[in-house]
Design a protein around this ligand. Structure first.
Ligand SMILES: C[S@@+](CC[C@H](N)C(=O)[O-])C[C@H]1O[C@@H](n2cnc3c(N)ncnc32)[C@H](O)[C@@H]1O
Length: 393
């Protein structure tokens, strides 16, 4: 494909991404996959170029542009190489007209700025949309970090967390024997630090209330050396089902899964009420801490959705708190850099629950934010997370 044709394809792909973001359709990654599946003539270099162009436009505009063409025309104003591709040639985009609309605004949605944590100042913002590295967690049930490093010499040891390694971006982990054999899992440093804050130990009763596909559950099982009771719950059947093959591969044997009906969580978990030494709540959230991985999710977020997500978090936090035994702990986490979902949520909980205290999560990363810790891509090299370790007195 000629460069102008690649730009025209990127415009078409971005239009599909815009429609899906508006209608709650497929993710940008999924759309890119089906887009290229329908265009077999595009070679691997073409695909990479088209995708890079589309993602450049997604990263550039925090709010959905009026159209893909308006986004690329605005980019053309900033970059002569892109401007030159609007040449009106066959398969390329039409030349830019004198009055054509330009997308406006910066890389972060304007409405979200007052919601950002106070620690996320101007200097922090570019890293929110940088390319994310590839972090892995060594599965302590099957290997030591040193053994894995011997097999992956390109891995960098991340000293903030005991099993964390960083691989060069794009490192081919799919089908790599280490991963197929369950010696390591892909997991961002921030997620590993949240599990460290849980301070899970062998023999305890722990419950992962929002387990999803079990990324953190598996890390908890390893910290518990496969001993004790570990309950993985979620309201999403598809996600929870993915845990089964993962735990077999990881050699984990102490996880029980429980699918929850939304609205009936407390009833369904009544047998664990006041019984758990540890409850982890990796709550559903805006995902603003993972914009660098999924930048188009900025276009799916709006003030009403943020409000709904915060209401869910408050509800789930109260459900989880009921399950903790006296003297036990709850770790609340969100992959978000918004104060409403992190500091604000925990402050509200502590104000209304006098029998709870925030305690030091004892991790060597992040910065104190209210009663918890904030991790950011710029400061910590991880995804953005807020987490707090709370103790029931
Ligand atoms: C941030 S994700 C969890 C990610 C997972 N812990 C991991 O490490 O991969 C949040 C999860 O909360 C689940 N969820 C939403 N509402 C819930 C509820 N009321 N009770 C339990 N889980 C819920 C969602 O289905 C989603 O899987």
């Amino acid at each position: 494909m000629r460069p102008a044709a690649r730009l025209q394809s990127a415009i078409e792909l971005l239009d599909a991404i815009l429609v899906a973001a508006k209608d709650g359709g497929a993710s940008a990654d999924q759309l890119a996959k089906s887009f290229f599946a329908e265009r077999r003539y595009a070679g691997s270099k073409d695909r990479r170029a088209v995708r890079d162009l589309a993602w450049r436009a997604i990263r550039r505009f925090g709010e959905p542009p009026p159209s893909a063409r308006s986004a690329f025309i605005a980019l053309a104003d900033e970059d002569a190489e892109i401007a030159a591709l609007f040449d009106g040639s066959d398969y390329g985009p039409a030349a830019i007209g004198p009055q054509e609309q330009r997308a406006q605004g910066g890389p972060l949605p304007a409405w979200i700025l007052p919601h950002l944590s106070i620690l996320v100042d101007d200097s922090e913002r570019p890293a929110l949309l940088d390319r994310a590295p590839l972090d892995i967690r060594v599965n302590a049930l099957k290997a030591t970090r040193e053994e894995v490093v011997r097999q992956l010499p390109e891995a960098e040891i991340l000293h903030q967390s005991p099993y964390a390694l960083r691989l060069p971006a794009g490192f081919p982990v799919d089908n790599h024997p280490l991963f197929a054999a369950g010696l390591a899992e892909i997991q961002d440093l921030g997620s590993q630090l949240i599990v460290d804050a849980c301070a899970a130990v062998a023999g305890m009763t722990a419950l992962d209330l929002c387990a999803g596909a079990g990324g953190k559950t598996l890390a908890l099982a390893a910290a518990m050396q496969n001993k004790g009771t570990l309950i993985a719950c979620d309201t999403n059947r598809n996600r929870l089902q993915k845990l089964q093959p993962r735990q077999i591969r990881a050699g984990v044997s102490n996880i029980q899964t429980q699918l929850l009906d939304p609205g009936r969580e407390t009833d369904m978990l009544s047998k664990y009420s006041g019984e758990c030494d540890l409850v982890l709540i990796d709550a559903p959230c805006s995902g603003s801490g993972t914009w660098r991985r999924n930048p188009e999710t900025r276009w799916r977020l709006n003030p009403q959705r943020l409000e709904r997500v915060c209401a869910d978090q408050e509800k789930i936090l109260n459900i989880g708190a009921e399950l903790v035994a006296s003297g036990g702990h709850l770790v609340y986490a969100v992959c978000s850099i918004l104060a409403d979902e992190g500091r604000g949520q925990v402050n509200k909980f502590l104000d209304t629950h006098p029998d709870w205290r925030a305690v030091d999560p004892c991790v060597v990363a992040g910065r104190t934010e209210g009663a918890g810790i904030l991790l950011t891509p710029n400061h910590d090299g991880s995804d953005g997370f807020f987490f707090a370790r709370l103790k029931k007195l």
